[in-house]
Design a protein around this ligand. Structure first.
Ligand code: F0G
Length: 359
């Protein structure tokens, strides 16, 4: 069946559960907690396409309601928690999961508890969790420690874990792959994305495989996941005890869905690789120069695309999709750090024109 025949998303329906109802583990009895997430733009990048000699599209997931891809999985995880009678949810987070969990829990009237790593959560993300009334604790440890503790909490207390080890998260997130197939009319040849806890690459791979099984596309993409070099356990083949990167969202040393990432890369003839912080920052700036504002972790996909191109892995004329996972407004500090502060001038036309070099 052609993806353009309306076989995928149900036209006119908002939010990923309603749009993809038949393809998700929900029933008529599931209370749908939604903020109209999903249906994000797939933007063609003229500049990147020219640079790498292929067609490059950017899936701008920063345009989800809380500013990251997490909302696709959270709508399902929170809806199912509510259906199962849960009163509280808990998550560990580098920031975006907590922002999303807090918003959807608030909408559902559930308590949301959040464990964040010490000193490494972007301010915008923390502000979101607090604004939505989450109970936030900063632990003296990193994300991996926080995740271990939340798993223990979910085992010993009546709270639902909403990290991506909750299977409903991955189910919701797979809808992004459906949307890519729907927009392109096929799968891309290469799929490039950042990898942290590895739930999202697991979800995309599932989404593409299902799309092929349902006849919406007739081939699968090669999946390339990029970790930051100082936080690249999958590339190294062992956990990283003290992960370090400027891209705090993916500062993770022991990904929960490690196996899912390896499976996606191996089965698709792709790879899990790493990019340096410097390359992430360069990609962040070049995306901004093209009008697209993302957070640092998201820029890892474009840094990764450049690496693939430099090694001759981007076949001329092929189609590439890069996933931009989160919005730049989450963490404006990096934009401010790289630009001169606006100069103060008198409120008169002449000095303004002179300063702007428009005189
Ligand atoms: N990009 C952004 C903006 C993220 O927030 C994350 C993960 C990733 C990429 C990596 O996705 O973990 O599925 O491989 N953020 C999590 C959080 C860990 O707590 O918000 P992944």
């Amino acid at each position: 069946m052609s993806p353009n025949s309306g076989a995928l998303a149900v036209a006119g329906r908002r939010g990923v559960i309603r749009r993809y109802f038949e393809h998700l583990p929900v029933t008529e009895k599931t209370p749908i907690v939604t903020l109209d997430e999903g249906d994000t733009p797939l933007i063609f990048s003229e500049r990147l396409s020219q640079e790498v000699g292929a067609g490059v599209w950017l899936k701008y997931e920063g345009l989800n309601p809380t500013g990251s891809f997490k909302d696709r999985g959270m709508t399902l995880a929170i809806s199912k928690a509510l259906e199962e009678g849960s009163k509280a949810v808990v998550c560990a987070s580098t920031g975006n999961t907590s922002a999303s969990a807090a918003a959807y829990a608030a909408r559902a009237g559930l308590i949301c508890a959040v464990l964040i790593p010490e000193g490494n959560v972007a301010l915008g993300k923390l502000a979101q969790a607090l604004a939505h009334g989450a109970r936030v604790v900063e632990i003296e440890g990193n994300f991996d420690h926080a995740l271990t503790l939340t798993k223990e909490m979910a085992q010993s207390r009546p709270v639902t874990l909403v990290n991506s080890i909750n299977g409903f998260r991955v189910e919701g997130q797979k809808t992004a792959a459906y949307e890519v197939v729907e927009a392109l009319g096929s799968a891309p040849d290469l799929h490039v994305m950042p990898v942290g806890n590895a739930g999202n690459i697991t979800a995309y791979w599932r989404g593409y495989r299902e799309a092929a099984a349902k006849g919406w596309c007739d081939f699968l993409p090669r999946m390339f996941g990029f970790q930051a070099e100082g936080a690249n356990p999958i590339v190294r083949g062992h956990r990283v005890e003290d992960p370090r990167t400027v891209a705090t969202a993916i500062r993770i040393g022991n990904p929960a869905s490690w196996g899912g990432a390896v499976e996606a890369a191996d089965a698709s003839k792709g790879q899990i690789r790493s990019v340096r912080d410097k390359e992430i920052l360069e990609a962040y700036r070049s995306l901004a120069a093209e009008g697209i504002y993302v957070e640092l972790a998201s820029a890892a996909s474009v840094a990764g695309l450049r690496q693939l191109a430099s090694e001759g892995l981007v076949v001329p004329g092929c189609r590439v999709v890069c996933i931009l996972t989160g919005h730049g407004l989450k963490d404006p500090e990096w934009a401010l750090a790289g630009a001169p502060r606006p100069r103060r001038v008198p409120a008169a036309i002449e000095p303004i024109l002179e300063h702007l070099e428009l005189a």
